[in-house]
Design a protein around this ligand. Structure first.
Ligand SMILES: Nc1ncnc2c1ncn2[C@@H]1O[C@H](COP(=O)(O)OP(=O)(O)OP(=O)(O)O)[C@@H](O)[C@H]1O
Ligand SMILES: [Mg+2]
Length: 379
């Protein structure tokens, strides 16, 4: 007869597992550090990531395993100084022993005294979505340079072409007027496109203040319902107590217009539904990569649709300019959205499967204190 494996009754183990058992089973590496920054706990996933047994990890300083100039240490000290959870996305951790890992990091103070720290390493594969939204900022910047160049090089000759077509229109026989009109319309279309791209290079200061995001969403909804989303039902679920966003109202309208337009274009011809929702989320702070600043992004706004979902092959570069799966799309909508959200210090992520695509934007909230309002975060 096989020997019993556990001393506790199985149903007791299942109902009340020890925290240690849970942490050991967790696929995410977790370590705890004391005030002297020695490792005092490492779960099995952490042993695996560090390629070291608990014996080699416990009571050793973290610097024995991760190079001292790693951003991990700044994050730990930030969390200790703040007595708060701090997150940093897309951190490369590398040592000859453990190799290279690309992770998101969460550092939280441990216990009441708060001198210890718990570190959770979230492998990049799990966090790919967020990583993506951080990389698109570079893409938006390169578009900015290109937009400035295009605006300069294309718009002026276009104005000339348009003017010439207009003059011709007055003299050509009636049957050819359609051709001159075509030239004029196409020139206009190119100018509109260039204007749209020009928003990328509009580097002037944003006009930021307290923005009622529900008013923004309602406006977008009205525009949508009277134009591109006439075939779609739009439902809104707002958190009425939501504090104002610290943002630029016109730019935020642009963001949600683009998202709702994409959602409407994705919806089926009949039975299409778009959901707008807002919520307050008490969350962790987001560390801005490469800086010491942190932002608190408690305002979450989502745009959901019941279309067929985002094509698999463009998901990896969705926020990059000129990425489109539409025959007449310019592929600029989402890169503009990403640029504006990034300028607000916000975060955008998406989740897509057939009949449910959600774009979620997290934004900072407006505070009365001028210094807080001016920094847009760090609280
Ligand atoms: N809600 C959605 N559902 C399904 N696919 C989407 C959704 N939103 C965006 N996409 C996909 O992402 C692509 C890029 O969107 P983006 O708004 O950047 O450009 P576009 O809509 O193609 O063109 P533009 O917005 O410039 O007219 C779209 O072509 C579409 O394939
Ligand atoms: Mg679009």
């Amino acid at each position: 007869m096989p020997a019993p494996l556990k001393t506790q009754r199985p149903e007791v183990v299942a109902r009340h597992p020890e925290p240690e058992t849970i942490l050991a089973a967790l696929a995410l590496p977790v370590i705890a550090l004391n005030g002297g920054r020695n490792i005092v706990y490492a779960n099995a996933a952490a042993e695996q990531m560090f390629q070291a047994s608990a014996n080699h990890l416990l009571d050793h300083p973290l610097t024995a395993h991760i190079p001292a100039d790693s951003p991990v240490f700044a994050l730990i000290e930030q969390s200790a100084a703040d007595c708060n959870t701090v997150a940093e996305y897309g951190v490369a951790i590398e040592s000859p022993r453990m190799g290279r890992h690309f992770v998101n990091l969460l550092a939280s103070p441990l216990g009441d005294a708060g001198e210890g720290i718990v570190l959770v390493f979230q492998p990049r594969s799990i966090a790919e979505k967020i990583d993506r939204q951080l990389t698109h900022r570079g893409a938006a910047r390169s578009v900015a340079a290109m937009a400035a160049m295009l605006a300069h090089e294309v718009k002026n000759p276009m104005a000339g072409i348009r003017g010439a077509a207009q003059l011709l229109e007055e003299t050509v026989p009636p049957q050819d007027k359609a051709l001159t009109r075509l030239i004029r319309d196409e020139a206009d279309r190119v100018c509109t496109l260039v204007d749209r791209m020009d928003t990328f290079s509009a580097g002037g200061p944003m006009n930021r203040g307290a923005v009622n995001i529900h008013e923004v969403l309602d406006r977008v909804r009205r525009i949508a319902e009277s134009s591109f989303a006439r075939h779609v039902r739009i439902a809104a679920v707002y958190d009425p107590s939501l504090p104002p966003v610290y943002g630029d109202r016109d730019q935020l309208i642009q963001v949600f217009l683009n998202l709702v337009k994409n959602a409407a274009e994705a919806c089926p011809p009949t039975g299409g539904e778009i959901g707008l929702a807002t919520a307050y989320q008490q969350g962790v702070k987001f560390a801005v990569p490469g800086t010491n600043s942190r932002v608190h992004l408690p305002l979450a706004i989502s745009v959901r649709d019941n279309g067929e979902g985002i094509p698999e092959d463009i998901r990896g570069c969705l926020f990059e300019p000129f990425v489109t799966a539409k025959p007449k799309g310019s592929g600029l909508g989402l890169s503009l959205v990403a640029k504006i959200v990034g300028d607000h210090g916000g975060v955008i992520e998406f989740d897509s499967r057939p009949r449910q695509t959600v774009f979620r934007i997290m934004l900072p909230m407006y505070r009365e204190e001028p210094e807080h309002a001016a920094t847009g975060g760090d609280r």
